[in-house]
Design a protein around this ligand. Structure first.
Ligand code: SAM
Length: 295
């Protein structure tokens, strides 16, 4: 792996195995998604030993640290200041300080800030170590009763527009189990759009308020979940896990290539984009789809 190599796998393993909080290192620290008892012993140790904590919301993380009996300087790092704050944090790490990055809940960089900071540090050869723990997506998958050997994380769908339609259309043929995050006020619309595009009989599990007092795990189909939430104003935090398309395919690949492309065009793609997407879905060269469409 020429050029990749500032953190060779052997080097990373050796250092992480020492179980010592190293100076000049960025720690990606997972925190609970509801139940404080889920914080790991190692997370507490790294939070207690780091020089400073970078966090999404200083009030939230301040509360977490207070509950853990830890006092540390907090630096805010979020969507709106990450371009400026990322290089500042990297400079402190280069100077030998140790940073623990946390978010409001779960694993940083998973639908949360962190990705950029990790990329900056990786590019500069600054060691980055995971302190694994809670992640709402993986927790939901683990109780979904849906196939968990192969799965894909979709995160939050785009709020509206062509990109949302394409992403939903592309999920129709996804054979792996799909994990989505959704805000409560958008849940009903998303369930109903997914039921329309993927089929109302598609198995799905909706996980609400995981590890909290009102935890709820509803197993059904996209249709039954959409019906359950059509009237009720949902509250809390949700992860939706959707079973994959059957390989035999009720989705786009069971259509003719012309119909397949037409579906994507209806969803807002240009014909060129639709041909490319259909070729990718069907695992065939673009020319083959082009010839079928153009005759
Ligand atoms: N980084 C986090 C992780 O590792 O799970 C995810 C952060 S993302 C901004 C927040 C979303 O995660 C929520 O809108 C919800 O979809 C999901 N989520 C977080 N905590 C949850 C919980 N306790 N129960 C269900 N979903 C949760």
């Amino acid at each position: 792996m020429s050029g990749a190599g500032k953190t060779r796998p052997e080097a990373a393993e050796t250092s992480a195995g020492r179980n010592r909080t190293e100076p000049g290192t960025l720690y990606i620290v997972a925190t609970p998604i509801g139940n404080l008892a889920d914080v790991s012993e190692r997370a507490v140790k790294v939070l207690a030993e780091c020089t400073f904590v970078a966090c999404e919301d200083t009030r939230n993380s301040g509360l977490l640290l207070a509950r853990l009996g830890i006092k540390k300087p907090l630096v805010s790092y979020h969507e709106h200041n990450r371009a400026q704050r990322g290089p500042e944090i990297a400079a402190r790490l280069r100077a030998g300080e140790t940073c623990a990055l946390v978010t409001d809940a779960g694993t940083p960089a998973i639908s949360d800030p962190g990705e950029d900071l990790v990329a900056i540090c990786a590019a500069e050869g600054i060691p980055v170590r995971p302190v694994p723990g809670c992640c709402a997506a993986v927790s939901a998958l683990s109780v979904s009763a849906l196939p968990s050997r192969r799965w894909v994380f979709e995160g939050f769908l785009p709020l509206k527009g062509a990109e949302r339609r394409w992403r939903i259309a592309a999920l129709a043929d996804e054979e792996r189990t799909v994990i989505l995050y959704e805000a409560p006020h958008r849940l009903a619309a998303t369930l109903s759009e997914l039921a329309d595009a993927l089929g109302s009989e598609r198995p799905a599990t909706l996980c609400r308020e995981l590890t909290k007092l009102n935890e709820e795990i509803l197993r059904g189909t996209l249709g039954s979940l959409a019906a359950a939430y059509a009237e009720e104003q949902p509250r809390g935090e949700f992860v939706l896990v959707v079973g994959g398309a059957s390989p035999a395919g009720n989705g786009l690949c069971s259509l003719t290539p012309e119909e397949h492309v037409a579906r994507y065009v209806e969803a807002g793609m240009t014909e060129k984009e639709a041909i490319k997407a259909a070729a990718r879905d069907r695992g065939v060269p673009k020319n083959e789809i082009y010839s079928a469409v153009k005759g």
